[in-house]
Design a protein around this ligand. Sequence first.
Ligand SMILES: Cc1cc2nc3c(=O)[nH]c(=O)nc-3n(C[C@H](O)[C@H](O)[C@H](O)COP(=O)(O)OP(=O)(O)OC[C@H]3O[C@@H](n4cnc5c(N)ncnc54)[C@H](O)[C@@H]3O)c2cc1C
Length: 432
Amino acid sequence: MAIVHPSGEGDLAGVYALPEMTLQADVVVIGGGPGGSSVAGCLARRGRSVIVLEKERFPRFHIGESLLPRSLEVFAHLGVLDELEQTFLRKPGARFLCSATRRTNQYLFRDAFGGGFPYAFQVPRADFDHVLLKHAARLGADVREQTEVTEIVRDDRGRPVGVVGKDASGARFEVSARFLVDATGRDTLLTSGRPEAKSLLPRLDQSAFFTHYQGAFRQHGELEGNIQIIVFEHGWFWLIPFRGDVASFGAVCNRSWVKTKRQDETLESFFDRTVAESCWATEMLSGATRVRPVGALADFSYRVTDMRGDGWLKVGDASGFIDPLFSTGAHLAIKGGYEAAVAIDDALRANDVSSARFDTYEKRVRYAAELFLGAVQAFYRGELRELLFLEPQRPTLRRTITSMLAGDTFHDKPPTWARFLKERFPPELRAS
Ligand SMILES: Cc1cc2nc3c(=O)[nH]c(=O)nc-3n(C[C@H](O)[C@H](O)[C@H](O)COP(=O)(O)OP(=O)(O)OC[C@H]3O[C@@H](n4cnc5c(N)ncnc54)[C@H](O)[C@@H]3O)c2cc1C
């Protein structure tokens, strides 16, 4: 039996034999995190048939809890902004604190160039990812949780034309689709088994340790939702307050500090010892109670060389991950998801899903990611760290840093501030 697409557009006849249990869609999205939900929601909103396969059952814990204002444009487009407003704490900006000098400096999104939303949200990801995924389903996507993609189905030219999924009962089924999106996050499904397609990024060999606290420090009034970024000798800490009295607290540490962890030392004890290295971290957690076990992740920064091909593309962490420092991961997944949906919809309409049609998508996402990458590497080299705390600071520099922190990084023509930042802090893609 041949596959004929329900929309009549495209013809997969003769590509491969149709088994008994086969679902069909314009697009199959693997992974239901922010990247997968955004691309699926945007495509469903455009009338495309979309199937999302997510291996976990939501809500589930995930790291990455601080968002950027420029993602809100996508939420507004999807029609989910009001629900997010009602559920999560507003984040008006970022406050940096230096443990060595006790200097502090605060960047408020309302000072960014180019307008846009003057706030983002601080989100427990279990809840946030669930809201986005349910919303994608409301928009018409066929969302299947607890369904892991175990194989990619390819035609005789090697082009992906579908996937095999395994549901919670262990039953296997196929989805045939005209287009496939890899939104599997750090699992990087389409990259797995191909080490040549994934490389570590220079200067970003950090490790992260993270947990949640009740009763930790937070600023007052409209600044309550600020992220606190504490710089200390061995790296930096984040404090991300949620609505209510719980906050996420994490440490990102360099290799030499992580080496001081003894074999018999628990993660909790190492975490406490790390917190004790910073006056600010100690003060902010004084009297607070840890309410989650400490988690850990190492070597989380990587570059993926291929972001697209004939009939497929990668979104979010599946296309690379920089570093948690400026909270850019979810933004690149959400905004990248929107950009991907626009490109996929155009390609399906033109009945041409060849790789070349996704050239602009790749260029836009890489430009944004590399702008962040250059800034993050400059922070670890110490150059940007100095500028962050500079006093007095020229208003133009303050607005440039704020625009980057707001995630204003997808442009048809890069504005002056973005060109300045990229020239001042060019990204290092390979170890020199
Ligand atoms: C220490 C640390 C701190 C961070 N802090 C922040 C932060 O404050 N702000 C921020 O924006 N970002 C942060 N990030 C990054 C953020 O976590 C990611 O960038 C973001 O989650 C990417 O979204 P995604 O949709 O691409 O992937 P994910 O959110 O990882 O979603 C991928 C989904 O795919 C599913 N999946 C995987 N394989 C399969 C399969 N075979 N079949 C079906 N489903 C599958 C997974 O279950 C998962 O639900 C941080 C990262 C780290 C390491």
